[in-house]
Design a protein. Structure first.
Lengths: 215, 10
């Protein structure tokens, strides 16, 4: 494992921890999109179908369990916790799941490396992860006033994506036959979705101001 | 490689 991959996984982990910290300690999920969180739970559930059958490393198994556990617990908190769920911006978070899930499923059935159930589900999870942040970005755009933790959560997710691209470049030059078009293209699309957010995040950081998104 | 079935990334 190279340094970019490790740093990418760590920022991904940090993003989830920041979100759990916000929800668990402040008992608020204001500004967090439940739609995006539900999509991530679906992403991990479909991607890690091989968790008990394909052993890669202890690191991989533990991280998979953490991502599965954290994504489902965030969804549980936002839906059912008696205090947290009251802070959820339900009226603003109106993005429709099937609008993203259906095209990704069709695409996974058409474009995959191997037409088996597990491979199609794995491919579907990659396509869905690429666009799962959209409800969150729409919600940020609508609420505009973003608290620090929500801003940091999205920033860390974007950093994770950027580091994964560096990881692929590194692997391409150091590992023979490391060519994975599906992973790369969906990963690139996902990273590009953060570009706009990153621009405003950088501006607010540079000017030492609270993050505001334009209407 | 094309016969990769083990996905080693998260």
């Amino acid at each position: 494992m190279n340094i970019f991959r490790l740093a990418g996984d760590m920022t991904h982990l940090a993003s989830v921890l920041v979100l759990l910290l916000k929800i668990h300690t402040i008992k608020s999920c204001a500004g967090v999109s439940l739609k995006t969180q539900e999509l991530y739970a679906l992403v991990f559930a479909c991607r890690y179908l091989d968790i008990f059958t394909n052993f890669v490393s202890l690191y991989n198994t533990v991280m998979k369990l953490i991502f599965l556990g954290s994504s489902f617990s965030i969804v549980w908190y936002m839906r059912y916790h008696k205090v947290v769920r009251r802070s959820y911006d339900k009226d603003q978070d109106t993005f429709r799941h099937y609008f993203l899930v259906l095209p990704c499923l069709v695409l996974a059935l058409l474009i995959n490396e191997k037409f088996t159930f597990k491979e199609v589900m794995w491919t579907f999870s990659l396509y869905l992860e690429a666009v799962a942040i959209l409800p969150q970005l729409v919600l940020l755009q609508r609420t505009r006033n973003i608290d620090n933790l929500t801003g940091q959560y999205v920033f860390l997710l974007g950093a994770y994506r950027g580091l994964y691209i560096l990881n692929w470049i590194y692997r391409y030059f150091t590992e023979p036959h490391f060519v994975h078009w599906i992973t790369w293209i969906s990963g690139l699309v996902q990273t590009l979705l953060y570009a706009d957010f990153f621009y405003y995040y950088y501006q607010s950081w540079k000017n030492n101001q609270k993050l505001h998104l334009p209407a | 490689s094309n016969d990769r079935v083990v996905h080693d990334e998260l």
